[in-house]
Design a protein around this ligand. Sequence first.
Ligand code: HEC
Ligand code: HEC
Length: 298
Amino acid sequence: MRNVVKWIGIAVGSLVVVLLVAVAGLMISSDLRFSRTYAITVEDMPIPTDAASLDVGRRWAEIHCQGCHGPDLGGGPLFEDEALGVVDAPNLTTGRGGIGTRYQDADWIRALRHGVRLDGTSVFIMPSSEFYYLNDADLGSLIAYLKTVPAVDRETRTRTFTPLAKVLYAIGAFENLLYAETIAHDVRPAAPPADVTVEYGEYLAHAHGCASCHGVTFEGHQPAEPGAPFAPNLTPGGELGTWSEADFNAALRSGTTPSGRILNAAMPWQGLGHLTDAELAAIWRYLQSLPAATVETE
Ligand code: HEC
Ligand code: HEC
């Protein structure tokens, strides 16, 4: 009997040790990924100063940066959970606590196009995988505009993660949010001229992030985060196959589907509704040109 107890003790003890080693291993694997540095050769591109370009840049910032970095781009709390940790969106301006004073043009390009920060590590949560698609003219205009934003004095916190968050991250409980890991740094995507064409629609559908939610093939995609709604199939094989172009415009402008349903806020139509008629027309043409996928939605 005493032997049995002893062996059970040894077995349980070994299990605990194996578990602790596994947890430590997962934490180390997360730490290594967060601290990995990337040597990036930054592309040369003109940063314009004319009013028309600044306007183009302002629109990109309004649609894509203010949601996380705030209406004044001064940053602030973005994610906070006792069990997981803290992530602030940094202050992008030239005010106290802002990165604007330290950032040179090449630093903006490296962060936005490659997802790599001043210290060479990957951004986290910040969707550079979308901004990667911006062509030189659009990215140059965005950077030009960012440099003109009024200074905001606001200190933000550096990100922190609990051991639980690191373990969950390592086992893939979240989608990969370390975007420098996912970007093809040596390849530039196509940069077609701005026109109502399938090609330009493809450019916009990537640069405006439709693909990152609806899936790279636009067949629909379920985010890993618990409770996040399914982003439906946008190919003609999905519900859009029965929509008219006017229905599509209405959905993006007012968030209302042909059946009168209001789209969930997880579909950022309020920002995307600022796209021009010509831009929406190009995206529509592109979506209609895709092979009809008949993936079950929801
Ligand atoms: C989904 C939220 C989100 C969006 C959208 C977003 N950012 Fe960020 N951004 C962040 C977070 C969070 C960080 C801090 C990342 C970190 O700690 O690794 C960040 C970091 C940055 C950095 C790097 C700062 C550094 O530490 O060197 C720059 C530059 C930046 N953002 C600019 C922008 C611009 C410009 C846009 C719009 C085109 C934008 N961001 C859109 C969340 C976002
Ligand atoms: C941040 C994630 C996200 C982005 C970015 C995004 N969508 Fe969506 N979209 C969703 C989700 C989630 C839904 C489902 C909302 C619902 O069912 O209430 C949706 C729904 C839609 C619908 C309605 C489809 C249907 O069958 O009811 C259309 C159309 C659409 N999105 C088009 C686009 C286009 C075009 C873009 C890019 C310009 C885009 N979305 C970008 C998440 C996103």
